[in-house]
Design a binder for this molecule. Sequence first.
Ligand SMILES: [Zn+2]
Length: 300
Amino acid sequence: MANKNNNNSRLKTWFGKIQEKKRIIVLDIDNYEEKRSYTTSKFNLFVLSTFCVIVLGFLAFTLISYSSLKTLIPGYPNPTQQQQLKDKNIIIDQKLSELIEKTEKEKVYINNVLEILNGNIPLDEKDTNWTKIKTNVSPTQNEISPSEKSIREKVQNREKFDIDVIPGGALKSEVLPQLLLFPPIKGEITNKMNISNGHFGVDVIAPKNEAVSSILNGTIVYQNWSPTDGHVVHIQHKKNLLSIYKHNSEILKKIGDFVESGEPIAIVGNSGEHSTGPHLHFELWHNGYPLDPEKFINFN
Ligand SMILES: [Zn+2]
C-alpha cells in the first residue's frame, strides 16, 4: 500500500517537472545581449516535435506516392518493366483463352465420336438415306415384327466377334431393307463375301486411279497403311454402320474428317500383299457384324 502511494507521488512529481515552464533565451554571441526569448515546458516541446514528425512523414509519403520518386525505391518496377509485365499478362490471357477454346472443340469432337459409336445421331440430320433407315428400324421393341425380334435377340445373345455363328450378311438385309448406299466404286466383283474363308467383304475390279467414294455420310475414324492391306480407311456412319475400304493407292481424307455420301475418299490401287491387281476390297459392318455389300449396293 505504502509502495503504491510512493509510486503515485513519484509520477505526480515527474509529470509536474515536465510541465514546469522554462525560458529559452537567444543571446547575441558578441555582447551576450538578449535577442529573443520563449517560455515553454518539456511537455510542450514533446507535443510540438511529435506533431512535426507526423506532418513530415505525411508529406514524404504523399510526395513519394504521387511522383516518379517511387521508382527509386529498390524492388519497385520501373515503367518499362511494368509495361512488359502488362504485355506478358495480355499474351498469357490470349494463350489461355485459345487453350480453353481448343479444349472445348476437342470435347465436342470426342463427344461426337462417342455419340456415333453409341449409335446416337450427332451427324447432319439432312441425310435422307438415314431418314429411310430410321423409319424402317423402329427403336421400340413393340413395333418390331416377331421374326425380326427373334433375329435381334439371337444376335444380341451372341458374342460380338464370334463370326462363326453369324448366318452371313443375309441376316441384316431384313433389318435394313431400304437402305440406299452410294457404290464406293463401279466394277466387276471378282471375290464375293465368304465369312467361312475369312473374307468379310467383296473385291471390286476397277481401272487404275479411279476414285473410291463414301457410301453414306459419315466420319473418317481410321486411316493407315499396312503391308497386308495397303492404304486402308474406315468410315463410321450413323447407327453403328461402318464401311471399310482396302488396297487403295492413296487416302484423300484425314481421321476426324466428315464426308458426304458419294464424296471421293481414296484412289483405287493394288497396294498390300493380299492384292493382285488394281481393285477395291470393300466391307460393310453393322453393330459389329459383317453385311454382304452386294445386298445393299449395285456395283454394276
Ligand atoms: Zn478382298
